[in-house]
Design a protein around this ligand. Structure first.
Ligand code: SF4
Length: 706
């Protein structure tokens, strides 16, 4: 039999059909009816069935009462009771801000919703943040600063209408392969379509472009400002659109007046003529759209990277029409769903803001609680720094592996050691974070649980369960609700029984849908039955919306009215900055990190599939051949790679993709593969002031032959 679900890897959100016998998954195939992929899958998605291996799973709750001792198997009642007692004890001694949840863009929307409600509505802290902070938060801040709401305005179908596609800081050929197939299809159907790629590396995506702008790390803002300079100089700005639908253009025009292509070329390291060509292609194309991802987001000025890019769409009126607009790709499968339910330290459900008293009051009414705390919670890097300083005493981590994926790993490890109590809710037994856990709770994973996900184009899919989870593993939402009900009476909140009394996961979705009424992402017209009958839907989908009218929801702002108070989009004057960490004589190389084609995140899932090593079979650092020679290293030698924070050992290989003075290490390999740890031993925790997203994309390093 076959069960409908989605691929749990990237934000393309491909539909899959899981072929199983109720006890075992035999194969997967792309869902031909899913609008994200129409049956296609990439290498990762098509090998999902090979990842369903019980021997790699955490099957039973495990608890230890003394650090350093092995955990022992316990029953669920003891596990949940113990967690509730330990959290209640910390709250009683140190207050609610001494506990925290650190969750994941791989959770389903319903899981996210109850985690958020448990921290903000029950415990009384906003200390719930997520690995989506590492992925998307700069895009969120950029959308809100310019368009007024965290709402990607485009759809995948726009690729087929764009005459110019500017791909900035993204390598969809590897990271979003099925979306890239649609880009290739568009180019094939209309060879005149211009593809520009902005990336320090000559990736597979860059190789397919008509123009590759190999900018120096961290210099994107100069590039987009210089493009705007050219658009102004050559009268390619849509002045009527700017006058009717935006504010703040005069200040930005003055700001870019001196950012000539020649000036930007000096900073960005790309020819001025190429900047002029890019601007002319963008401005001269009837329809132009941008596509961006971590190359822009994972920066200490990631928000302004985004606002500078979005300014190109606004200045030329290329938004709200087919083939137009700024479009952020989501790294994870459900970072969008997490944003929708407000599952971050500075957000509230349905795109409400924590800093807005009316929004807090609305959420308190929805949750039937007296109030929602005002003080912003700790974001990812802040949270682990606070734990390392002893300010956060108990942390609950779900479906993510911060001991590998966060920057400044030494701080993260210190934090996990210093915490009095660490809970890890996880499907897999062996992750870098597991060694720090006092309590491990076995979670259901892909194919074993029901709920919804939202992909990069705002499309919500109902994900179904094919099999029961192995051992005693449970769905994430149920674990959270059991914990909340056990904790409530211990902290004087007996109403937790009612607040978290959901018997079915669909009741959580229904509550979430109600919370969106009248908001920009209104989905009051959606329920599981409609999603099953009519298929995945893009938001907004208010009550009474017609599923057959999908075209009306494919893109936002078609009427030129934006989600700001005055309905006008805003131009933002960006701060000109490069990377926080500078190269110097001791650390002369720029390190960049990113994804491989066939691996996913920390490899807990893809790392179990032998055939996914056929593309790249070991951890390595890629450098220009001249840099290898200059350091007396031959391609294939082992080298010590050091930054100001730590060092790891990798095999060095010569690569034609990397410019002189730069290096690339894939993000996937961690301590499970490399005894010395992965790339984040090297990275720093500096983060963007608006989004708090850290600069994972860059560190200054050196290599030494060993
Ligand atoms: Fe999965 Fe992304 Fe590949 Fe689609 S493109 S199959 S969502 S990894």
């Amino acid at each position: 039999m076959e069960t409908r679900a989605t691929c749990p890897y990237c934000g393309v959100g491909c539909g899959v059909l899981i072929e199983h016998d109720g006890g075992r998954i035999h194969s997967v195939r792309g869902d031909p009816e899913h609008p994200a992929n129409f049956g296609r899958l990439c290498t990762k998605g098509s090998t999902l069935h090979l990842t369903a291996r019980p021997e790699t799973r955490l099957l039973y709750p495990e608890l230890r009462s003394v650090r350093g001792e092995p955990r022992r198997r316990v029953g669920w009642d003891e596990a949940i009771g113990s967690a509730a007692e330990r959290f209640a004890d910390v709250i009683a001694r140190h207050g609610p801000d001494a506990v925290a949840f650190y969750i994941s863009g791989q959770l389903l929307t319903e899981d996210y919703y109850v985690f958020n409600k448990a921290m903000k509505g029950l415990i009384g802290s906003n200390n719930v943040d997520t690995n989506s902070r590492l992925c998307m938060s700069s895009a969120v801040a950029a959308y809100k600063q310019t368009l007024g709401a965290d709402a990607p305005p485009c759809a995948y179908e726009d690729f087929a209408h764009a005459d110019c596609l500017l791909i900035a800081g993204a390598n969809p050929a590897y990271a979003h392969p099925v979306a890239f197939r649609r880009i290739e299809d568009a180019k094939k159907a209309r060879p005149g379509m211009k593809i520009i790629v902005v990336d320090p590396r000559r990736t597979d995506t860059a190789s397919a472009a008509d123009l590759h702008l190999a900018v120096l790390p961290g210099t994107d803002i100069w590039l987009y400002d210089a493009m705007l300079h050219v658009l102004l100089a050559e009268d390619l700005v849509d002045h009527a659109f700017v006058a009717a639908h935006t504010t703040g253009f005069d200040a930005l025009r003055e700001h870019v007046r001196t950012v000539t292509p020649e000036a930007a070329a000096q900073v960005c390291g790309v020819p001025a003529a190429d900047i002029v060509t890019a601007a002319r292609w963008w401005g001269g194309s009837p329809a132009a759209m941008s596509l961006w991802c971590q190359g822009l987001n994972q920066s200490a000025h990631g928000t302004h990277n985004g606002t500078a890019l979005i300014a190109l769409s606004l200045a030329t009126g290329k938004i709200g029409r087919p083939g137009c607009g700024p479009f952020s790709l989501t790294g994870q499968p459900n970072a969008m769903g997490g944003r929708e339910v407000g599952g971050l330290a500075n957000l509230l459900p349905a795109h409400r803001d924590l800093g807005n008293p009316e929004h807090r009051a609305e959420v308190a009414r929805l949750w039937v609680v007296d109030s929602v705390p005002e003080k912003p919670g700790l974001t990812a890097v802040e949270l682990f720094r606070a734990a390392a300083e002893g300010k956060v005493k108990a942390i609950w981590i779900a479906c993510t592996n911060p001991a590998q994926s966060l920057p400044e790993l030494e701080v993260v490890r210190e934090a996990l050691q210093r915490c009095e109590f660490v809970v890890l809710q996880e499907a897999y037994r062996s992750t870098e974070t597991a060694v720090f856990a006092d309590l491990m709770l076995p979670a259901a994973t892909w194919g074993e649980k029901e709920g919804t996900v939202t992909n990069s184009e705002r499309r919500i899919t109902h994900v179904n369960r094919a099999l029961p989870p192995p051992g005693e593993a449970r769905p994430d939402w149920r674990i959270v609700c059991d914990f909340a009900r056990a904790l409530g009476p211990l902290i004087g909140r007996p109403e937790a029984q009612c607040m978290f009394g959901y018997e079915r996961v669909e009741a959580i979705f229904a509550e979430h849908a109600v919370s969106t009424a009248g908001r920009d992402l209104d989905i009051t017209g959606l329920d599981y039955a409609l999603l099953d009958a009519a298929g995945p839907q893009q938001w907004p989908f208010p009550a009474g919306a017609d599923a057959a009218d999908a075209a009306g929801r494919a893109r936002l702002y078609a009427d030129g009215r934006f989600a700001t108070a005055d309905g006008r989009a805003r131009f933002v004057v960006p701060v000109h900055a490069t990377t926080v960490e500078r190269v110097d004589a001791r650390y002369p190389l720029h390190l960049n990190s990113g994804r491989l084609r066939d691996q996913w995140h920390g490899m807990s899932r893809t790392g179990k599939v032998a055939r996914l090593y056929s593309h790249v079979d070991e951890a390595r650092i890629e450098l220009h051949a001249d840099d290898l020679a200059e350091n007396g290293v031959a391609s294939g030698d082992l080298v010590k790679v050091a930054s100001r924070r730590g060092e790891i050992v990798l095999r060095a290989v010569a690569s034609g993709e990397v410019r002189r003075g730069q290096a690339f290490v894939a993000m996937h390999w961690g301590r499970n593969v490399l005894n010395s740890g992965g790339v984040n031993v090297l990275t720093a925790g500096d983060f963007d002031p608006y989004s708090k997203q850290p600069e994972l994309k860059h560190a200054a390093i050196r290599i030494d032959r060993i």
